[in-house]
Design a protein around this ligand. Sequence first.
Ligand code: FMN
Length: 331
Amino acid sequence: MPNVWRDLPRPIHGLAPMEDVTDTVFRRLIIRWGRPDIVFTEFIHAGLVVEPRGKRPGLTPRLVHSPTEKPIAAQIWGNDPEQYARASLRLRDLGFDAIDINMGCPVPKIRRSGACSALIRNPLLAGELIDAAKTGGLPVSVKTRIGYDRVETEEWVGHLLCQGIDALTLHGRTAMQESEGPVQWEEIARAARIARAMRVDTAVLGNGDVMSRDEIDSRCARYALDGVLVGRGVFSDPFLFAIDPARTGFAGLSDSDKVAMLCEHVALYREVWGATRNYEILKKFYKIYLQGFADPTLRDELNRTHDYASAESVIGRWFATRTEPTAVDAR
Ligand SMILES: Cc1cc2nc3c(=O)[nH]c(=O)nc-3n(C[C@H](O)[C@H](O)[C@H](O)COP(=O)(O)O)c2cc1C
């Protein structure tokens, strides 16, 4: 079976998983606008992979993906090895290229369930979950942090690297830090050094506060990493993964081009999800596409909508008052 982590060219430019953001719709758009080397699903409980619930019979929305989203890793969470084993078989059958295990989410309710970042304090169970995730034969990676309430890179990463994982993504903060304080890239570099010293075949990726493609490359060179996953950087630049150095960047687009991108997002979201996913989730994207607008009226009006049709008519009215052409489709 091909191993995506081994085969991807270095440095790896990956789109980090983000709940209610990196669904199949946003992933497809980010791929069209910039082409990251790998994408991930939003995290999904292993139990839901094997016993789907929801309005779409058969496939939980978080597992929906299209053929353009390649390679793609399904990110799972939970603390039951039996569920992981069954989930790994289903994810293989659904065409995923890899499985990523979330051992980093710091949300208190989730931590208290003993899953995600709580596994930093339960290394034995973490090892059992990794073993179980290998059942289906897909490459297995872990996304985690440099410690729980203190920096413990050496012990925690050393333990994970003994489990035969194909990749490790390290966010450079502890679980207790959540998103506060500086990202400790020296700790991420330390993890990469440990992997080299142990002579394991595990790709080591860093994560945290990276805002551009150049920054991905410079972090990888400086800290000797295999790659970087970028999350929130795409909020300020949806073209972040684009290679073309001549591009103006998102900030250089006209208002009309930004609204054209927003329209594309609304249309694809409507086509893919219709009534099966909450319309309100779309509103966080309005904020992204309309950044830099001097006049807040469009954003305010869109934030007052509660369905696709109203959003489309607000956008239609806005375009009717414009004269400049849009260039997004020409890029
Ligand atoms: C809205 C949001 C949702 C997130 N959901 C997930 C998730 O489902 N799985 C995961 O591993 N990390 C999740 N994260 C964490 C990101 O993947 C990433 O580690 C974090 O944002 C730091 O990277 P960044 O500074 O590049 O954004 C989420 C982050 C945000 C902001």
